[in-house]
Design a protein around this ligand. Sequence first.
Ligand code: RAM
Length: 523
Amino acid sequence: MGEATVSIIENMERRTVDAFVKKAVELDHELLEINVKPVSLVHIGRDENGNGIAASGEAIEEMPKKRLAKGDSICLDFGDHHVGYVTLKLASAGSPQDAPAFLRLKFAEIANEILDDSSTYEGWISKGWIQEEFIHIDVLPCELKLPRRYAFRYLEVYAIDTSPKFQVVVEDAALTAVSAVSMEDVKPLEGLPEDLQKIDRASLKTLQDCMQYVFEDGPKRDRRLWIGDLRLQAKANYATFKNYDLVKRCMYLFAGLTRGDGKIGACLFTEPVMQVDDTFLWDYSLFFVSILYDYYQETKDLEIVKELWPTAYCQIRLALDDMKDGVLDTEKFELLAFIDWKEGLDRQAAAQGVWIYCLRHGKILAELVGDTEALETIEKLLTEALENAVSHFWDEEQGFFVSGSRRQVSWSSQAWMVLADVFDKEKSRKLMLHLLEENPEVGVATPYAYHHVIEALLHVDEKDKALELMRTYWGGMIGLGADTFWEAFDPKDTNASPYGNAQVNSFCHAWSCTPAWLLREYF
Ligand code: RAM
């Protein structure tokens, strides 16, 4: 091909890509706003296991009567998890204000965060995510309008210092909560036992608070669009809020903001400009195929499939670059595929499951758009992938899929191979039961991976077992006071974090919202 031809093709591709971003921009929207007031003052303490709990304190009407001198604090409870902007009306009491009021404000999604001491934080991601402000106020009274958006239920106001002569008074507090959707748009599930209703409610709230200008992974952190999270959010959204435009917008963004090599990045930023991040996760880029497939199944919108199919198919072809001998080359980089944050997890077998799962969806999309060449390629890849799943990973003696050179048996490997339909339903069912019985040590670290275990159980019609796990895992978070579900949860270690310290964990995390979908679809 001559140089001129290449550049014409490149320009054409560039134009399509720009057109996708333009379409995403056209689908931008105003957020819904609601005004929320704190409902009471609470005392934050610890239960017998050391977990933070909020004990009911005083009526909110008492707040303006409180005088905060050096070392005093109050904790406002906004009654539920919210995402939004806060304004405080502050005044002084006592003698004239003869020094700045020096305040610390802590915003907390769960009670534990109020008890955390940020000065001890030594995790590997930025401390900047901790929702805490240190503020000097020279002149009281004042209206303190905080510029950041916070995700929280509790707000602690702590007077680091005033002076011996004056105190600070919080006269009023107001929150403008924002989201793309309203909780009133979804009918809560009726007729279910109370614990499941609570799980459903917290799932819906999680999803609502993550639905902003894009589907965010978590409104506390990272506050951006991750494609692995988007896949589960979109499915939960179809069963609940049904905001199709937001999914469409996010698909256009990923398709319009691919990396230089055509790969879809793991996440993207919408500010200060729209740009793809340089983090790449092999499974995440493949999920673009599944997201498009799911969108079609829900809306039957063939036009968008035609438009985005080339981008989707490109992910399948580019995925081959990272494969060796028909499986993901994890020797290249251990975290080439995400799968879960579980420490020590070997991701190769689970990645094979994802590969097959996405190829199956790709095959249906290729048929739909009539791309016979792609269809032929995908069919070939699928046959090979299924053969490799068994020849590389199946251990007949143990009755499990094993992963990597360590031949590791993990929950995620089994779940993904079942979701990929490597075996027929009955054999997959037996595998899942064997998994529950043997309970291999390499379990899961996040609701994201736990979701796939539950979905695999539902896939083989083991509804009771699925429900049992949902009740213990998601119910476990409810038992610890969750209003929304968390990014990471280990029932045996409530302080677990993928980041070396739970202070930066997100406690309203998109990928944990799936019970709202599963309960509606399967029960
Ligand atoms: C974290 C976020 C996000 C997830 C990635 C892989 O940074 O929690 O939700 O998709 O990891």
